[in-house]
Write a protein that binds this ligand. Structure first.
Ligand SMILES: Cc1ncc(COP(=O)(O)O)c(C=O)c1O
Length: 382
């Protein structure tokens, strides 16, 4: 049998390795508290579940790629309230099945390698889907490092003009997974301008904009000229709706036009009842405030333990993640292994890219009770 060479070359998805290690430990009888994957385990708000239930009676055929007008209206209204920018629901928005598929597929929609623009720039450490989607689209992937000295922002001047001129799109993600760093609006302005000079699309993955602790982070949609800006957002983290699969792309109308043409080929559109639940979710901030408060309480438990035990945090200003410096003399993997011996599962930073070495990532997804137990355990282990 033949398989795609891109697929054949693909390393095991890092989280599969974590799952295997975790299963082995659990089989030894160790109680596991899992901070590995960023899958929120908080219940979805009843308001959203009700909206889904009520929509089940609606007769539905295949969901269309353009999506329900009510869904696009709800998203446009939310963007207006949250970021203070107008987005036209008729021409600048499209619903997505969560955001992972839209991120993965995006290079296939806009890459025109024959034009000499065959490079996709991706951050490392980073969410692996940017790179994988670009590779399957036939792009050359080049990475740029996110390091503490730059506040985990890309050094745009370190990307040379030749690379810029060959680049079709650049991925950024703030608040950042895995580092938790936040980008100021001035960064998006610089990035969008530099990218525009070279006819490059800025792809901004904003899955975590709503999980903040001090002040609400900016969106790339707020730049003065967003003619080359494409934003991906999702209800997965904001509203603990990973299982629903509901998000959006906001972009200039030519990009949305291309997505409308492309997406019926793949058939990924959120079900109508999920979009109805999405209307309820984007329309309500109270459950998001409760969600944020819960993450803030969990986060504080660990911030306090790490401070007492002399373990340094880097980034970690927002998101559900803590990006924790590995103690002297240990590596990301050896530290993660040592914590796993005590049942605490974390993701080694090196799994997200070479610049992640020296860190581990805690995803604050266990319950508050489990977080309290884990914090007490860490007090002894660290
Ligand atoms: C950085 C980042 N972007 C996008 C996603 C995709 O989430 P979803 O497909 O659930 O919207 C995730 C999920 O973990 C993520 O961490």
């Amino acid at each position: 049998m033949h398989v795609s060479p891109v697929l054949a070359a693909q390393a095991v998805y890092p989280f599969v390795r974590i799952e295997e290690a975790k299963r082995r430990k659990a089989a030894e009888g160790v109680r596991i508290i899992d901070f590995g994957m960023g899958d929120p385990r908080e219940p979805t708000d009843p308001l959203i579940k009700r909206a889904l239930g009520e929509a089940l009676d609606e007769a539905t055929g295949y969901p269309t790629a353009v999506g329900l007008p009510e869904y696009r209206d709800a998203v446009a209204a939310w963007i207006g309230r949250r970021f203070g920018v107008p987005v036209d629901p008729a021409s600048e928005l499209i619903p997505t099945y969560g955001s992972k598929e839209a991120i993965f597929l995006f290079a296939q929609v806009v890459l025109d390698a024959g034009s000499g623009k065959d490079v996709v720039l991706v951050p490392e450490p980073g969410y692996p889907v940017y790179e994988r989607g670009a590779l399957f689209a036939g792009a050359e992937v080049q990475t740029f490092p996110l390091v503490p000295e730059n506040g985990f922002l890309p050094d745009l001047d370190a990307i040379d003009d030749d690379t810029w001129s060959r680049t079709a799109l650049i991925w950024v993600c703030y608040p950042n997974n895995p580092t938790g760093a936040v980008a100021p609006l001035a960064f998006y302005e610089r990035l969008a301008e530099r990218a525009r000079e070279h006819d490059v699309l800025v792809c901004s993955d904003e899955a975590y904009t709503e999980l903040w602790f001090d002040e609400p982070p900016a969106s790339a949609l707020q730049v003065a000229d967003r003619s080359n800006v494409v934003v991906f957002n999702t209800l997965s983290k904001r509203s603990s709706m990973t299982g629903y699969r509901c998000g959006f792309v906001a972009a200039p109308s030519e990009v949305i036009e291309s997505l409308r043409k492309f997406r019926p080929n793949v058939g990924t559109a959120p079900q109508v009842f999920v979009q109805r639940a999405g209307v309820a979710a984007w329309g309500d901030e109270e459950h998001v405030e409760r969600n944020r408060a819960l993450y803030a309480r969990k986060r504080q438990l660990f911030v306090d333990v790490f401070a007492r035990q002399g373990v340094a945090l880097a980034g970690s200003a927002a998101t559900m993640y803590l990006w924790v410096e590995v103690p002297e003399g240990e590596t990301s993997e050896s530290f993660a292994d040592r914590l796993l011996d005590h049942g605490i599962v974390v993701a080694p930073g090196s799994y997200f890219g070479p610049s992640g070495e020296g860190f581990v990532r805690f995803a604050l997804v266990p319950t508050e009770q489990e977080c309290t137990e884990a914090a007490a355990l860490l007090e002894e282990v660290l």
